[in-house]
Design a protein. Structure first.
Lengths: 240, 409
């Protein structure tokens, strides 16, 4: 199951990182988090980003998802050079191209499952009927069509994460980014969520980049990329 | 006025932008309303504080409105008062009997048969004890028979009108509650005489509801006045007032001043200025406090929902949409208070009160008058509070760096 090179299979790259660097500043002290990241991830890949705490994996995920900006290098994701986009353009780009899955689900507590999933569609200009159809489809895909009217507090952790996945896919994005998606779940629910993500990758061709500490979760990915002190250490192809 | 418009322009432009933002890319309003409800203790206490301020604001405006009603409904545009030059008010004026005789037969004064529709009147003030234990000056108006016809809004509601030569008086019904001993059948002590109260009248909110009326000759004798105070005359039409004024003012025998009755009462509405100034001052201080209360609530809302803001931004909502969303939340919070406050102010509607006019040094009775327009002003006022109180927290919400917001601040 091993490969020391960053060969993540063939195909057109959906993510291209060139000499990416990211530093934070504490007053006058520069704290480098990522350095010299060169990486191409092909469309349809399912990547698990791994590494110890502070290795820069969440920062890398944030850069790929257009949440943060690099301090050096360039990155092209889903056909767009992200450095060239201003904040508003980047927001629109995220809405169209990226679905987010968070460790703590990040559902809006005052909105029910349907309304939470509908949120990203409100920006797209889709009609009310179109939104309803797409939300229902997304919730059906995660087997929660009977929980549409439930508020997050009325759902289990696993159900909340499935609602979050429905929200991530409702705009049909090319890329799904997941930050410790099973970190707050028990083993059974974690397995269910990972199975769902695997299905989204295999059946629907979604490219997935997942940050995880959990080797079991990482085993569901096609490739594992390890970071160490802000640099890419190795890539491993997973034999599933 | 231009300055006020210039000050309001940014508000109007910002509000228009907020409406556009709401229609173009809405973060659902239900999100804001439910968020407010989720923090109901702080939301309701802020709304209550705003309701109090708006309530006071509307009640203060209603005082001024009540005074305006009292004075504006007192005058007619086709009637004029003749006063001594520069007297400004009836109380300061005096017109000798021979001049009054000339005036009453002036050809421009309207007639009813042979009799001119005019009333020579004597106005004095008399100190009366009030129900609250204090004393206040009350205008006592002596008038001729036509005096009642010149004030058609005045209607007898109890007893009968006074008769000349018998020291009889009629009093406003609304004064009876505020001044003890003014019931029909009782006597008033004025000018060294006892005056029998023979009737009570209602003047539909006009300023006559602050006056005791009697016969002009009886009043002049009792108060030892040699001269009248004023002539109130009706002309054929409002347009005739200027001609009448010019004729009287140019007549060397008279040397008197003519004021259209509506203009005279407009001048008297200045009696409400001290109330307005005091009320506006109190409102201004309370408004500052209410804006800070709204700001504090909204800052707490932003701090408690930083992660939600991060999520919304990650999903693609832009900074301006976050700004608009939180600004609407603040507006809803304050509008709730505004509607509540305007509604509560309705309880003051019709309550009778009075003030001392600094123009005539006598009591002016009037009622709190809450109109739909005043209530709308109260709600608009709460909207301004929502805009001002919510802007900085909403701005803060929209400017939290995305990575920081996603971590929860």
């Amino acid at each position: 199951m091993t490969s020391d090179r960053f060969d993540l299979g063939g195909g057109e790259p959906i993510i291209t990182l060139r000499d990416i660097a990211k530093s934070y500043w504490r007053e006058t002290l520069e704290i480098p988090v990522l350095q010299g990241i060169d990486l191409e991830i092909p469309a349809g890949a399912y990547i698990a980003l791994m590494g110890p705490s502070g290795s820069g994996k969440t920062t890398l995920l944030n850069l790929i998802a257009g949440i943060d900006r690099p301090t050096g290098g360039s990155l092209e994701v889903c056909g767009h050079e992200l450095n060239g986009l201003d904040d508003d353009q980047l927001a629109s780009w995220r809405n169209l191209h990226v679905g987010f899955i968070f460790q703590n689900y990040n559902l809006v507590p005052v909105l029910n499952a349907f309304e939470n999933v509908e949120l990203p569609l409100l920006i797209t200009g889709a009609s009310r009927g179109e939104r309803r159809d797409r939300v229902e489809q997304a919730l059906a895909l995660v087997n929660l069509e009977d929980k549409m009217k439930n508020y997050p507090r009325q759902l289990s952790g696993g159900q909340e994460q499935r609602v979050a996945i429905a929200r991530a896919i409702v705009t049909d994005p090319d890329l799904l980014v997941a930050d410790e998606p099973t970190g707050a779940l028990d083993a059974k629910n974690a397995e269910e969520v990972l199975g769902l993500m695997e299905r989204l990758n295999a059946e629907f061709g979604k490219t997935i980049v997942m940050v995880t500490h959990d080797p079991k979760a990482a085993h569901h990915a096609k490739h594992q990329i390890h970071l160490e002190k802000g640099v890419l250490d190795k890539a491993v192809e997973v034999n599933r | 006025m231009i300055l006020v418009l210039l000050l309001l322009l940014p508000f109007a432009a910002y509000l228009a932008w907020l409406v556009w933002a709401l229609l173009a890319y809405p973060i659902p309003l239900s999100y804001n309303l439910r968020s407010l409800w989720q923090r109901k203790v702080s939301s309701l206490s802020t709304a209550a504080a705003i309701a109090l301020v708006v309530g006071i604001f509307v009640v203060v405006l209603s005082l001024a409105q009540g005074l305006s009603v009292a004075f504006i409904s007192s005058g007619r545009p086709d009637q004029a008062l003749v006063l001594r030059p520069n007297a400004r008010f009836e109380l300061n004026s005096s017109i000798e009997r021979d001049r009054m005789r000339i005036l009453k037969v002036h050809p421009l004064v309207k007639r009813e048969g042979a009799e001119p529709i005019a009333s020579a009147e004597c106005v004095v003030v008399k100190l009366f004890p009030m129900a609250d234990g204090t004393d206040n000056n009350v205008t006592v108006r002596g008038m001729e028979r036509m005096g009642q016809a010149l004030r058609p809004q005045v209607r007898l509601v109890q007893g009968r009108w006074f008769r000349p030569g018998l020291s009889e008086a009629v009093v406003p019904r609304k004064m009876q509650g505020r001044f003890p001993g003014m019931e029909v059948g009782r006597s008033l002590r004025m000018g060294g005489r006892d005056w029998l109260i023979v009737g009570a009248f209602d003047a539909a909110g006009a300023s006559y509801e602050s006056e005791v009326w009697s016969d002009v000759n009886d009043v002049m004798q009792a108060f030892r006045r040699e001269a009248y105070s004023v002539l109130l005359a009706r002309l054929e039409s409002p347009e005739r007032v200027e001609g009448f004024a010019k004729s009287v003012e140019d007549d060397k025998r008279l040397k008197l001043e003519v004021v259209r009755e509506t203009d005279y009462f407009k001048e008297l509405t200045k009696a409400g200025d001290p109330i307005k100034i005091l009320g506006n001052l109190i409102t201004l201080i309370l408004t500052g406090a209410a804006i800070f209360a709204a700001m504090n609530t909204m800052y707490a809302a932003v701090a408690g929902r930083t992660k939600e803001i991060g999520t919304l931004r990650a999903l693609g909502f832009r900074q301006r949409e976050i700004l608009a969303s939180f600004q609407w939340e603040s507006i809803f919070l304050c509008l709730t208070g505004g509607l509540l406050g305007s509604g509560l102010a309705l309880f003051a509607n019709g309550i009778q009160t009075g003030t001392t006019s600094f123009e005539t040094f006598s009591d002016v009775s009037f009622a709190f008058t809450i109109t739909p327009g005043l209530m709308a002003q109260g709600v608009a006022f709460s909207l301004v509070m929502g805009l001002l109180g919510g802007f900085l927290p909403a701005w803060r919400a929209s400017r939290i760096p995305l990575t920081e917001a996603m971590k929860g601040g």
